[in-house]
Design a protein around this ligand. Structure first.
Ligand code: C2E
Ligand code: MG
Ligand code: MG
Ligand code: MG
Length: 281
């Protein structure tokens, strides 16, 4: 390599980095505007009680309705929001919007559903999450017992010092607490039992290869059994096939969520599903 080529390489490399940084800053600015311009949407994915086959709740999942690019999935903007303080604003908006919608459904006479909202590690790190939840519940009149907050294992591990305080306080408010994506982090069930958790959500990656992967089947069944021993309700994420559902039923899993029943859908469509279910008696 000649010196010139070497310099050219470095110049090219730094140009790439500069461009990536510029793109990120631009996306962040667009996202910031999107929040102000009300371009965020909450979609709801039904959660079904396995024994009765009836919907008992929904997970609230954010989408970005961009006027030019259409519906943008969270995987394309949550990680970026997570690196700035934007995630705090987005999380607050999703929580308020979900509770507002949940209250509206109750006022329409629809059966009470548990609504699960994702809380990012960044949001969880701020101890004012307790005050925010109290404020939003008071403002919207949504019952605390119908709100479930989902925290990932990594969110919990990253905040070991005040996690106990924050979770105890949320629990005291009557809010339900769930561990999201369980099995993908490094926490053990023995560790989780120290927290006032209500629900374990088995990560989709353990469900995907059922019934072909015996290891995953054993892991999923073990999580259900141990979760029950520790007093948790167990939910399976990402259920796509009847075989997976039959397996989970046999394993005694309590609730599932997945494309086999429904993708995440807009509020109006979820309300229609609830009305249909009500009609079925
Ligand atoms: P998550 O919380 O684990 O949510 C479950 C994800 O699995 C959702 O993806 C859902 O659409 C997807 N899913 C559910 N069932 C199936 C299935 O049967 N097959 C397949 N292929 N996928 C299924 P989504 O909506 O794209 O969200 C991805 C992630 O983005 C969420 O994972 C969560 O970590 C994050 N996210 C979404 N909304 C929010 C939010 O309001 N706040 C925060 N902090 N994170 C959010
Ligand atoms: Mg979740
Ligand atoms: Mg999950
Ligand atoms: Mg996930």
């Amino acid at each position: 390599l000649s010196k010139d080529q070497g310099r050219g390489g470095i110049a090219y490399f730094s140009e790439e980095i500069t461009r990536a940084i510029r793109e990120r800053i631009a996306l962040e600015a667009r996202l910031r505007r999107a929040i102000g311009h009300q371009e965020l949407r909450v979609y709801y994915q039904p959660q079904i009680d396995i024994a009765s086959g009836r919907m008992v709740g929904a997970e609230a999942l954010v989408r970005w309705q961009d006027p030019d690019e259409g519906l943008i999935p969270p995987s394309l903007f949550i990680p970026i929001a997570e690196e700035s303080s934007l995630i705090v604003k987005i999380g607050e908006w999703v929580l308020r919007e979900t509770c507002r919608q949940g209250r509206l459904w109750l006022d329409m006479g629809l059966p009470p559903m548990t609504l699960a909202v994702n809380v990012s590690p960044h949001q969880f790190r701020r101890s004012d999450i307790n005050a925010l939840v109290a404020t939003v519940l008071a403002e919207t009149g949504f019952p605390a017992g119908q709100l479930e907050l989902e925290i990932t294992e990594s969110g919990l591990m990253a905040n070991q010092d005040n996690a106990t305080n924050i979770l105890n306080n949320l629990h005291a408010q009557g809010v339900r607490l769930a561990i999201d994506d369980f099995g993908t982090g490094y926490s053990s069930l023995a560790y989780l039992k120290h927290f006032p958790l209500d629900v374990l959500k088995i990560d989709k990656s353990f469900i995907d290869e059922i019934p072909h992967n015996k290891d995953d089947m054993e892991i999923a069944a073990t999580i259900v059994a141990m979760g029950h021993t520790l007093g948790f309700k167990v939910l399976a994420e990402g259920v796509e096939t009847p075989e997976q559902l039959a397996f989970l039923q046999k394993a005694g899993c309590d609730v599932y969520q997945g494309y086999i029943k429904s993708r995440p859908i807009p509020a109006e469509e979820f309300a229609e599903l609830l009305l249909e279910q009500q009609g079925d008696g």
